[in-house]
Design a protein around this ligand. Structure first.
Ligand SMILES: [Cu+2]
Length: 392
């Protein structure tokens, strides 16, 4: 009903404007004026509006920056993040300078040289010097931006150090799962066809390297000042692993492994002590209190940055950056996947989305039923048989 009334209101407004214009035209005709004729007075009014807009626009921008500028992301917490921020600020500085100068000139000149009766504009068809200036200067500036950009890009995407810690991040609708490579720092093999109720990531139990792999949900732990290389996989659709505080992002694509590496430089505890973070979180907790919610502390987050479905907003994981000693203590409390999954969960708990993705993976219905036995070994054996049958 409200929708219908809104439509009616819109139609009536359009009609009313139409009639007002008509009335205005008739009134002008009665006064003996041509309504389409622009007078000097009209031009002068327009000139004043131009000047007002110039002042109001910049005042609004300054107001926004002072009111909301401090709510932006805190200082970059990774090595390349600092480089990226520098590049971003460098670009923004140039953009701001050019934007401000050209807009002041644009609106000020529109004000100063408004059309007056009997005044004619100067005919100015070409000037070589001017052409040179506005070609050469932007060319130099763009060259500097591109060279700095490509240098930074090459640095960020360079091959990771061989000793880099390897972590797999597995995305599906709608959560993240992390797999730590264990003592050998090599991830075990996996195959989507091995996905069962008890084997979310499709890990291959015959893989030697996989025996010490540790699977964790909810929390991702990283060591400060230690480079980490992520290997991303996706089960269903394209997701995007977004680490805003580390200025890093990578798509996760079904059927392929994507990679990204960075070195965290600030621990979670240190970040919580930064003045800008304290200021932001004092304000966030003030708002939370007003809504009757419990206060929260700053945490790094991994988000999904692709609108991947109806619970996309909920697809996030807390990241904890800590010292080596703290990390060692945490990882020691985790058991390898195979040690932990000694007693497989009942298959009835298998979520609907896994069943669907198995269909998408081309697994036959009847064969799939045979896989769900509730025993990890049996399930995997059945899945293996199926892969073999498909191959033949
Ligand atoms: Cu997603």
């Amino acid at each position: 009903m409200i929708k219908f009334l809104v439509y009616v209101a819109i139609i009536l407004t359009v009609l009313a404007v139409g009639y007002l214009v008509r009335v205005f035209e008739l009134a002008s005709a009665l006064k003996g004026k041509k309504s389409e004729e622009v007078t000097e007075k009209d031009n002068r009014t327009m000139a004043k509006i131009m000047l007002t807009f110039l002042v109001a626009f910049f005042a609004f921008v300054i107001w926004q920056l002072t009111n909301y500028g401090w709510r932006m992301l805190p200082e970059a917490a990774s090595v390349h993040g600092k480089e990226l921020d520098w590049l971003f600020n460098f670009n923004m500085g140039i953009l701001w300078f050019v934007f401000t100068v050209t807009h002041i000139l644009l609106f000020y000149f529109a004000y100063k040289y408004y059309g007056r009766a009997g005044q004619k504009a100067t005919y100015f068809p070409h000037d070589n010097r001017l052409e040179m200036i506005w070609t050469v200067i932007p060319a130099i500036v763009l060259a500097v931006i591109v060279i700095y950009g490509i240098k930074t890009w090459n640095h960020i995407t360079a091959v990771a150090d061989p000793n880099t810690q390897i972590i797999e991040l597995y995305s599906k609708q709608f959560d993240w799962t992390a797999r730590y490579a264990g003592g050998d720092n090599v991830l075990g093999a996996s195959n989507y066809k091995l996905i069962t109720a008890t084997n979310d990531l499709g890990m291959d139990s015959t893989s030697k390297e996989g025996q010490d792999d540790i699977v964790v949900k909810n929390e991702l732990h990283l060591v400060v000042n230690k480079e980490v290389e992520f290997k991303f996989r996706s089960r269903d659709v394209i997701h995007s692993a977004f680490f805003p505080h580390f200025r890093a992002q990578m798509n996760t694509v079904p059927g392929m492994t994507t990679m990204l590496h960075f070195t965290p430089t600030i621990t979670t505890a240190e970040m919580r002590q930064k003045p800008e973070v304290i200021k932001q979180w004092t304000d966030i907790n003030r708002l939370r209190k007003e809504r009757g919610e419990k206060p929260e502390e700053f945490n790094y987050v991994l988000l999904c940055n692709k609108i991947c479905g109806n619970s996309h907003y909920n697809m996030q994981m807390t990241i904890i950056v800590e010292t080596q000693a703290e990390y060692d203590k945490w990882i020691a409390s985790k058991k390898p996947f195979y040690a932990e999954k000694g007693t497989p969960a009942p298959t009835e708990n298998k979520p609907a989305d896994i069943k669907e993705s198995e269909d998408a993976a081309g697994t036959a219905d009847a064969a799939r039923d045979s896989i769900k036995t509730g025993n990890a070994q049996e399930e995997e054996a059945a899945a293996r048989k199926l892969i073999q049958e498909k191959k033949n």
